[in-house]
Design a binder for this molecule. Structure first.
Ligand code: DAH
Length: 363
């Protein structure tokens, strides 16, 4: 290569090595390879040279142009990578820091007490080997009632309780013929038992927290509320397992190791025998675990053989228990909340008082 071209090349490469940002890089590139750049001018000057010199110098210039173009691209890649690294460093966010004053400072958000209750329930049952299942809020009559062995005349089926999504309540013969087509807002989370039994093979231990709906509205009823279902299907499960499991759960949830727990005979279509579970409390002071009164907190029972059969499970091989609880009720008892409607009014003062810090460990 001619001496002047070598000098020119070294100058460009030196400038390129010193450049630290993409704008300066582009300025040098335009200055060298652009339309009025130095290399372009050198190529143009070939026109005035004799044919032999033009040939030789032309080849040298073309090689130099390719080499420089390659060096420019290389350098660009390095600069772009460095720019991304620098941005990542500069824009790093420490999510564990408390919010700065400009973002509200002390005024952090809180977990809604129902979310907190769900977290606590998940955590307690999690330690007992339960996993969490979900089902849809819009359910069919079959999952919500029929598969759960709920007779046609059961009061839960009447219009009064259930929000049907079809224009009218189905007749009895329709219920038998097209149970899959009748849609409603689920009135209980128990349908998730059916969904789980159809989708998974036992042994099973699941809980299913979620929203449920009933046409009822006063200080103790909200048309939308929350339940948590539980289901255990294993070999050799007895009523003792049910009692032990729910006693442990209630004592952990209310944080009272000696909480009195009472099991009463009851009726649910999908369990046999069925039980209602009470905890000891004082009606006068509202104190849980102390006092002469009993308060019902959940329903439970041994899974009915017809429910197992409806899901293709052999009741001679598999047994189990189920339970269901209302989460507003549990949360009201634990926190001394008296009106269920306050859960859904979104009064910021109420939320701040009963809400909990989301970063606080559960239990
Ligand atoms: N689904 C019932 C209700 O809404 C609660 C319930 C009772 C669920 C007994 C169960 C159970 O799984 O075994 O009132």
């Amino acid at each position: 290569m001619n001496n002047d071209l070598e000098i020119f090349r070294d100058e460009v490469l030196l400038a390129l090595a010193e450049v630290t940002d993409i704008r300066a890089w582009d300025a040098i590139r335009v200055n060298t390879l652009g339309k009025s750049g130095k290399l372009t001018a050198l190529l143009r000057s070939l026109g005035g040279m004799s044919p032999e010199i033009r040939k030789e110098r032309g080849q040298a210039l073309n090689r130099l142009r390719d080499e420089l173009a390659h060096c420019f691209e290389e350098r660009k890649r390095v600069l772009e990578k460095a720019a991304i690294e620098a941005r990542l460093q500069a824009e790093r966010v420490d999510v564990s820091l408390p919010p700065p004053p400009c973002l509200g400072g002390e005024r952090q958000g809180f977990l809604h007490p129902i979310s907190r209750t769900i977290e606590e329930i998940r955590s307690i049952f999690g330690t007992m080997g339960f996993s969490v299942e979900e089902g849809p809020d819009i359910e069919t009559d079959w999952y919500n009632f029929s598969a759960l062995n709920t007779p046609d005349h059961h009061p839960a089926r009447t219009d009064h309780d259930t929000f049907y999504l079809s224009p009218r309540q189905p007749t009895e013969s329709e219920q038998q013929e097209i149970p899959q087509k009748i849609h409603l807002l689920r009135t209980q989370t128990s349908g998730v038992q059916i969904r789980t039994l159809l989708a998974k093979k036992p042994p099973l231990r699941i809980i299913a927290p979620g929203r449920v709906y009933r046409a009822d509205h006063d200080a103790t009823h909200s048309p939308m509320f929350h339940q948590c279902e539980g289901l255990v299907i294993e070999q050799g499960i007895t009523l003792s397992h049910l009692k032990g499991c729910l006693t442990d759960f209630l004592r952990a949830f209310f944080d009272r190791p000696r909480l009195p727990v009472r099991f009463r005979a009851s009726y649910f279509p999908f369990t046999e025998p069925s039980l209602e579970v009470d905890i000891g409390w004082s009606r006068q002071t509202g104190e849980i675990g102390n006092g002469a009164d009993w308060l019902e907190v959940l329903g439970a029972g041994m899974v009915h053989v017809r429910v197992l059969a409806n899901c293709g499970i052999d009741p001679r091989e598999w047994q189990g228990f189920a339970f269901g609880m209302g989460l507003e009720r549990l949360t009201m008892l634990k926190n001394g909340i008296s009106d269920v409607r306050s859960f859904f009014e979104n009064d910021i003062r109420w939320l701040r008082y009963y809400g909990t810090n989301p970063f606080e460990a559960v239990l």
